[in-house]
Ligand binder design. Structure first.
Ligand code: PMP
Length: 337
């Protein structure tokens, strides 16, 4: 309920500070395509990513169902960002968090999770079919602890958070949306925003953007979820149809390689002054692809999922980039005096 003791412009605690992010016109991408390409600046959320919304939505739903009470514990398996969102929201409610992360994720996200008080459990990266996969480990841990399992992949409170906040914000900010594209981890963002945009205008095209090493492009194109290749992006890519993706109104898919994703990250930084992570770069590359398919004069919206500083040791490290056969921007290359 709204707090009548505070002014209309005041955010009611952390909860009130999540969301309502700017929708930024991306000049270069727009000029290159003759379309209006807009990026939702989710890196401006308090926890620094789009996943603050899912964290808040999942916890609010659990509190409403009586499944989480002050003093309680929330457990989750995550690439990092959902763990950050959940931990911050849990802190604000007087709850604790136990966060299970594959050890391949960037050091910055792991350090940040420890810094904000998460009980961090690192596990080896294993496929979903392996009982040691971080998602299964987190489920078992929640059962052992008698804690709430957030279950972001199959808990539709995740996509509902986007259906009721991200989607309506985009509609209100953009006025007109011809297409929306973004990549998927849980699929909560794509499904929830897609549902909101389709409800307002069924002609809006919803396009799934997929990295190499993910099965979703094949799922949309031919019903084949098999996986090929790999990607340095984190938090995106999926080899199964999560409950959040089930029934999502998706019209098409594009596959974007790391070279294009990384190029967009550096373009956004040096030409627009926006420092974003790999999934945001991939999303902008996808928006450009979708805009070219639609032709000039259309409005295409995508998500700037998180900030680049979360990946300083990888995405902004020339040695790492070269080891993956990817180009580094000139300003990061070591030069002799
Ligand atoms: N980008 C990043 C950096 C993420 O951490 C995530 C979530 N894992 C996503 C994109 C994908 O969001 P969603 O889970 O809503 O599909």
């Amino acid at each position: 309920m709204a707090d009548s003791t505070i002014g209309a412009g005041v955010a009611d605690g952390l909860r009130g500070a999540i969301g309502n992010t700017p929708l930024i016109k991306l000049q270069r991408a727009s000029e290159a395509t003759g379309c209006t390409i807009l990026g939702k600046a989710e890196f401006m959320n308090p926890g620094g990513s789009v996943k603050d919304r899912a964290g808040l939505g999942i916890i609010q739903d659990a509190v409403a169902r009586g499944a989480l009470k002050p003093g309680g514990t929330v457990v989750e398996g995550t690439a990092g960002n959902t763990g950050i969102g959940l931990t911050l929201v849990a802190n604000a409610l007087g709850c604790r968090s136990v966060i299970v992360v594959p050890e391949t994720q960037s050091r910055e996200k792991l350090d940040f999770l420890r810094m904000i008080g998460a009980d961090l459990r690192l596990v080896p990266a294993k496929p979903y079919s392996d009982p040691g996969n971080y998602q299964h480990v987190s489920r078992r841990l929640a059962e052992e602890l008698g804690a709430l399992w957030a279950n972001q992949f199959d808990n539709v409170a995740n996509r509902d958070a986007h259906r009721t906040t991200t989607g309506p914000e985009i509609l209100q900010q953009a006025g007109r949306v011809d297409a929306f594209t973004c990549s998927c981890g849980t699929g909560g963002t794509l499904a929830g925003v897609g549902m909101a945009l389709k409800a307002a205008n069924p002609a809006t095209r919803i396009v799934l953007a997929d990295p190499d090493g993910s099965g979703l492009y094949g799922w949309i194109k031919s019903g084949d979820l098999s996986v090929q290749g790999s990607s340095i992006t984190e938090g995106i890519g999926q080899s199964r149809v999560t409950a959040n993706l089930e029934g999502a109104p998706i019209d098409d898919a594009v596959r974007i390689g790391d070279t294009d994703a990384v190029e967009q990250v550096f373009d956004l930084l040096i030409h627009e002054g926006l420092c974003v992570g790999g999934s945001a770069g991939l999303n902008v590359a996808a928006a450009i692809r979708v805009a070219r398919d639609l032709g000039p004069g259309h409005t295409v919206v995508t998500i700037l999922c998180d900030g680049g500083s979360r990946y300083q040791s990888k995405l902004f490290n020339p040695e790492f980039l070269h080891s993956k056969g990817l180009p580094a921007p000139p300003w990061l290359e070591p030069h002799s005096a």
